[in-house]
Design a binder for this molecule. Structure first.
Ligand SMILES: Cc1cc2nc3c(=O)[nH]c(=O)nc-3n(C[C@H](O)[C@H](O)[C@H](O)COP(=O)(O)OP(=O)(O)OC[C@H]3O[C@@H](n4cnc5c(N)ncnc54)[C@H](O)[C@@H]3O)c2cc1C
Length: 521
């Protein structure tokens, strides 16, 4: 029989081990809290460190081992550095990035570095041109600049300036997009022609960049063609300019929370737009779009004028990465407005994978401006409510006031079109099997029913206090537990979330990870 031994009091060696472990945990959590902290102009201090290292490496490589009195040496070095950065910018701009195979990288997270590397390449190209002009001027040999290969270099330089126009993309996305594609092709072609000798390796670099870019485009085109076969989508107008898209086919390998590019040739034949996947089951893929002034506005108008009609659709995706949700004991999901497509997607992934003994818990926090926006995700809200033992739901309406329904919105919605799904209708669908009421009856019933539904879901009419809510969730987790805070929405919300989360990263508390998703790059 085994004898039970009383545990020994810790000796000096054990105490040192414990102390070492505490110091180690303190350093790691301190470092993590520091790197995820917001940084002016960049998403985090971690990003700022990478940017600093990248700039330092570039400066070192640009200015070491040079004869400082010869402008031609500077010119050649800047030319080489610019070429290297063009290849790197192409690599970082790939939608199907090979980095995703090795770590949880996604093109959207890398885009900020793609932009930085692109701007650096343009700056180095400008210095390259200035130094060569200075050199030829010193030799009084301006004719050299007009020689064919140098003209091709000048053309590559102008094409790179077109690429730099990316910073204007918010003014007109389609113009930016087309100019970027033309700019890439012209840059790589003229760069190769600028120094077309294999021995100088510049054309090898441009050929390599052209190949990875073309392979990426080919993968995307193939996906769009493949997913186009037998695929149709119905569009349903939602209040406040929302549109729900449901496709007839499931998108392979796509989990809710990831995103895909949507192509609806019947609405905009030459455009694809990224949207986050809310659900993806055998009955189809579901997206929720907030309408702006381009494709989304046309999709909304189509849904209003053609209720129940279906259109041919295709998807390129899935894209995006987020942490492995199964690793966390508690998942705090915080969204603002249409950012909820991401958090509802993640919540669905967690709930669908819950085992019978699972103790995982989700804090679902969502803020919207008006009550009517809650309708966009009424089915998802209902699903969360059926998992009450695993989910705490906190819905905030920040612009409306309690008891006052946004009547103006309701009336104007109905005047524009009776085809917009309202919260009242959703409530009616679940409440009764009777014949549907007339539009007038609906209009009268709406404010009361909308309010009823809000009361049922415990909607709060107050600002979202991210810090306090994150604090409550963390305090409710065991100190050896793991917490994920995932957020999507306006920049101000995400900054507040990461600032709040870093405050709770302590060696004595649960381990904490943050993931912020944004709808732009
Ligand atoms: C990864 C990701 C996921 C997204 N998920 C959702 C979602 O689930 N629901 C949702 O409502 N919105 C989502 N968006 C935003 C959505 O893609 C844009 O609102 C939509 O493309 C605007 O189309 P538009 O022609 O109506 O825009 P416009 O009225 O022309 O412009 C509105 C804004 O959208 C930007 N935009 C326009 N076209 C694109 C494009 N092709 N790619 C990126 N940005 C563009 C413009 O720069 C501008 O800032 C997501 C964006 C990204 C990057």
């Amino acid at each position: 029989m085994l004898e039970k031994r009383a545990p020994k009091a810790p000796d000096a060696r054990q105490l040192t081990n414990e102390w070492n472990l505490k110091v180690y945990a303190g350093v790691i959590s301190g470092l993590m809290a520091f790197t995820v902290r917001p940084f002016p102009g960049l998403p985090s201090v971690g990003h700022a460190i990478v940017v600093f290292l990248y700039c330092a490496i570039n400066l070192i490589f640009c200015f070491t081992n040079l004869e400082f009195n010869k402008p031609s040496n500077f010119a050649a070095r800047f030319g080489w550095m610019s070429t290297g950065n063009i290849v790197l910018a192409c690599f970082l701009g790939l939608k199907n990035t090979p980095l995703a195979l090795f770590a949880s990288f996604s093109y959207d997270g890398l885009n900020i570095f793609h932009q930085l590397v692109g701007y650096t390449a343009v700056a180095q190209m400008v210095f390259h041109a200035i130094c060569y002009m200075k050199w030829e001027d010193m030799k009084n040999n301006w004719g050299k600049i007009l020689e064919p290969e140098n003209w091709e270099g000048v053309a590559a330089g102008f094409a790179m300036v077109v690429l730099m126009m990316g910073f204007l993309r918010r003014l007109g996305y389609e113009i930016f997009y087309i100019s970027h594609i033309i700019g890439v092709i012209l840059t790589l072609v003229f760069l190769g022609l600028h120094r077309p000798y294999w021995v100088w390796k510049i054309c090898i670099a441009s050929l390599f960049a052209a190949c990875i870019w073309a392979i990426d485009r080919a993968i995307r085109a193939w996906r769009l063609i493949f997913n186009f076969v037998d695929n149709r989508a119905t569009l349903q107008a939602l209040p406040n300019g929302g549109v729900k898209l449901i496709s007839s086919k499931q998108l392979a390998w796509a989990s809710p929370g990831s995103h895909c590019f949507v192509w609806i040739p019947g609405i905009r034949p030459f455009e694809t737009h990224p949207f986050t996947i809310v659900s993806n089951t055998s009955s189809g893929l579901e997206l929720i779009m907030k309408s702006h002034s381009g494709f989304t506005k046309s999709a909304y108008n189509y849904a209003v004028s053609n209720p129940g009609a279906s259109l041919r659709v295709s998807f390129d995706g899935p894209y995006g990465s987020f942490p492995d949700l199964a690793r966390y004991d508690r998942i705090v999901l915080i969204a603002g407005g249409s950012g909820a497509t991401f958090t509802f997607g993640l919540a669905a992934t967690v709930l669908d994978s819950l085992g019978p003994d699972s103790t995982q818990f989700v804090d679902f926090i969502w803020a919207v401006k008006t009550k009517e926006n809650l309708v966009w995700f009424s089915e998802q809200i209902a699903k969360l409510k059926t998992h009450a033992s695993h989910v705490s739901l906190s819905l905030h309406v920040t612009s409306d006031t309690e008891g006052i329904c946004s009547d103006e919105t309701l009336v104007s919605d109905t005047e524009i079109s009776p085809n917009i799904v309202s919260m009242a209708e959703i409530t009616e669908k679940s409440d009764s099997d009777e014949s549907p009421p007339s539009t007038d009856e609906k209009l009268q019933a709406r404010p009361a029913k909308v309010n009823e539904m809000h009361t049922a879901h415990g909607v709060k009419y107050e600002k979202l206090r991210a810090e306090a809510m994150i604090g409550e969730a963390i305090q409710a987790t065991k100190s050896d537990g793991r917490v994920l805070i995932a957020s999507c929405g306006p920049e101000t919300l995400m900054k507040a979330v990461s600032a709040a989360a870093t405050r709770y990263m302590t060696p004595d508390g649960p381990s904490l990870d943050i993931h912020c998703e944004s709808f732009g790059w």
